[in-house]
Design a binder for this molecule. Structure first.
Ligand code: SAM
Length: 291
């Protein structure tokens, strides 16, 4: 178990000061001080056969809980000044490997091969730095890593958007992109007071369970994602205006395509389900190829 002082605001603050650590807002450094959250997240993400990738271990609160349950944990932290901190908080923890670097640049496929050979499944678990929530999640999914699930803490608003049904008002481009790869579910809320320093917004833990195959057939995935982004690029405009502006396709052509697929020309991106987005992408691509 974590020594209790890691969850005590004053003790963790003075411990970090002694290690010459200074919080960097620019790196989204809000550390968990609520003792109930990390064990709950770790219980979802890890068991004795699991290899876990943690992104941003910070002072190691979640790392320690993951190590207690998983076969092996690899934690990727961008801030090298946390090395002395983690050396102390993870002392006597045998099954952890720390990598100091930017997770967006890390070769995670190689990490999985090197570190999780004896594990029967691989998961990702993290209290994410909020300034790069979407790039991290979409990057993990687009790399098609052999991972089973992603259990992460994100801002409450991001959780609402990511887990909204595609085709509903709260959906955005990221909703459809994630739905192409995974089933998203909201697990539990985490109030801002659970962190040091407290962020401005509340948080939520979500779980993405990766699908064995995508829910729709798409010939060109990159163009599909481009179309999805184009549909939501101008949120207050109709999808025709938004797509025309983003992809440079004429509005009259788009009206014809919409009619062919059976979409109302005043529809917005939030009205489209996955099948409609896939059909739209295929038709626009066909048009662009035929000049
Ligand atoms: N896991 C710790 C906890 O729950 O208390 C810290 C979470 S804090 C919200 C996010 C962590 O991600 C910080 O330690 C920060 O330095 C790290 N981080 C920020 N950007 C990163 C990046 N690009 N790659 C890896 N780690 C990053």
């Amino acid at each position: 178990m974590i020594p209790l002082e890691l969850y005590d605001k004053n003790e963790i603050r003075s411990f970090l000061e002694k290690q010459n650590f200074v919080f960097k807002k620019s790196l989204g450094q809000n550390f968990l001080i609520d003792g109930s959250v990390a064990p709950r997240m770790a219980a979802v993400a890890a068991d004795g056969d699991t290899g876990v990738i943690e992104i941003g271990p910070g002072a190691g609160v979640l790392t320690k809980e993951l190590c207690a349950r998983a076969k092996r944990v690899v934690a990727v932290e961008i801030d090298k000044s946390l090395e002395p901190v983690l050396k102390k908080t993870l002392a006597n923890t045998e099954n952890v490997r720390l990598i100091f670097g930017d997770v967006l640049k890390a070769d995670l496929a190689a990490v999985i091969k090197e570190s999780f050979a004896g594990c029967s499944r691989v998961t990702v678990c993290a209290n994410l730095p909020y300034y790069i929530t979407s790039p991290i999640i979409t990057g993990l999914l687009k790399q098609k890593l052999p991972i089973e699930s992603i259990t992460v803490m994100v801002q409450k608003e991001a959780a609402e958007r990511i887990c909204a049904p595609v085709g509903s008002r709260s959906a955005g481009a990221v909703t459809a992109l994630i739905a192409y790869y995974a089933k998203a579910e909201r697990l539990f809320p985490v109030p801002k007071g659970s962190f040091l320093p407290p962020p401005k917004v509340d948080s939520e833990v979500i779980k993405l369970s990766l699908l064995a195959s995508p829910p729709v057939k798409v010939m060109d995935e990159e163009f599909f994602f481009k179309t999805v982004n184009a549909c939501f690029a101008l949120r207050r405009k109709t999808a025709i205006n938004s797509i025309s502006n983003a992809l440079g396709v004429g509005k009259e052509t788009l009206k014809e395509i919409f009619a062919r697929i059976g979409i109302d020309e005043t529809a917005r991106g939030e009205n489209f389900d996955m099948e409609t987005l896939a059909a739209l992408s295929a038709e626009i691509k066909k048009h662009l190829q035929n000049g």
